[in-house]
Design a protein around this ligand. Structure first.
Ligand SMILES: Nc1nc2c(c(=O)[nH]1)N[C@H]1C(S)=C(S)[C@@H](COP(=O)(O)O)O[C@H]1N2
Ligand SMILES: [Mo]
Length: 356
């Protein structure tokens, strides 16, 4: 075990022996990076999926994992330079992967610190998610093409100690960065999801956002009808029908693009429109085809909304009628509502995030 105590260097003066040590250190670094990346890949989407207070822990874990990746960059850059010197096929793909990961890290840190919030027409958060998604296939390829056998000593006490040191270092780095953010950087005071406040109680200042490719339809509010389907029965409601029974509801729209706004909405709770306990989910569908499916238990806190700050909804914000889903992220707040229906399909029978 004695040689393991020697300093690790890529091209060691110890010759073959040193090379082996260097390679083992490389394997451990690579394995640690794989674990950290997988963790980041799990906690990122999780923090979008959870709209409640639990999201905080996914967001914190995401940050800790990211800083762990940053801490390993000195070791990884040694490995990468050594790998590139070998001029193997596929090097450009590895470099592309590295660039994408750096962009994802940079935009993530930029958003979290507030030092980089927009790049031209896109937010740092959009670029963060976009680069991570594009990196994914490159990452899978990289792991398969540059496969390393885990070192036999992987479960040794020393490896555990090293993992512990990395975990402690990542936590400490997270503590330091978030302390700095809260006291000195523009990223302080964000919501627990990490989002920035934009236009609360000022609908004119609130961004208009679509998930991916939807565009704002022109809808005549007078001719418009909401279809309410329960089993085989279909009812239609006009704006006036809805306004007659509408109530105020204060709720926070928190877009995964990285902003949130609290507004005073006016609408009708879905359980006042649909009553049945024999279905399994509630489906809300937009005239554009965009749709989300909610658990039946949401009926008591899902709203069909006609107004924001007392005024009819603008076209951009989903007029004439949209869903307001307090405690759920923005992509659940279906705009330009055409139909709500009870369905026998379970709510989770849908892509976790919309595809359009
Ligand atoms: N029909 C439809 N509804 C939609 C979307 C969409 O693309 N299509 N985007 C969602 C997303 S991602 C968000 S954050 C909110 C944005 O609402 P706003 O434009 O009123 O701010 O609408 C949601 N409702
Ligand atoms: Mo969003």
């Amino acid at each position: 075990m004695a040689p393991d105590n020697r300093p690790r260097q890529p091209s060691s003066p110890l010759g073959r022996f040193g090379e082996t040590i260097g390679r083992m250190a490389g394997r451990r670094t690579n394995l640690a990076l794989l674990v950290l990346l997988a963790g980041a890949l799990a906690t990122g989407p999780l923090s979008f999926a959870l709209g409640s207070g639990w999201a905080r822990w996914a967001v914190v874990a995401h940050g800790v994992l990211a800083l762990g990746i940053v801490l390993l960059t000195p070791w990884k850059s040694v490995i990468a330079r050594r790998g590139l010197r070998r001029r193997r096929a596929g090097a450009p793909a590895s470099v592309a992967f590295a660039v994408l990961v750096v962009v994802a890290l940079g935009t993530g840190v930029g958003h979290a610190t507030g030092l980089l919030r927009t790049l031209g027409p896109v937010t740092a958060m959009q670029l963060h998610v976009g680069s991570a998604l594009v990196a994914l296939p490159f990452g899978v390829w990289h792991v398969l093409a540059r496969r390393v056998r885990p070192p036999r000593t992987d479960l040794s006490r020393r490896t555990l100690l090293r993992s512990g040191a990395l975990a402690a270092g990542s936590l400490a780095a997270y503590g330091a960065v978030s302390g700095l953010v809260e006291t000195a950087l523009p990223g302080g005071g964000r919501r627990f999801t990490g989002s920035y406040e934009r236009g609360s109680f000022r609908p004119d200042l609130m961004p208009v956002t679509q998930w991916l490719r939807d565009s704002i339809p022109a809808i005549d509010a007078v001719a418009w009808r909401l279809e309410v389907r329960t089993g085989h029965a279909t009812r239609t409601l006009t704006m006036a029908d809805l306004d007659r029974i509408a109530r105020p509801i204060r709720a926070v729209l928190d877009c995964t693009g990285g902003w949130f706004a609290e507004q005073e909405w006016t609408g009708v709770r879905v359980d006042r429109l649909l009553d049945s306990s024999r279905s399994r989910s509630i489906l809300a569908r937009s005239v554009t085809g965009y749709e989300r499916r909610y658990p039946l238990a949401d009926a008591g806190h899902l709203w069909v909304v006609t107004r924001m700050a007392g005024e009819p909804l603008s076209a951009g914000h989903g007029g004439p009628v949209r869903i307001v889903a307090p405690g759920r992220r923005g992509f659940w707040w279906v705009k330009w509502l055409e139909r709500v229906e009870l369905s026998d399909t379970p709510w989770w029978w849908q892509p976790p995030f919309p595809l359009t």
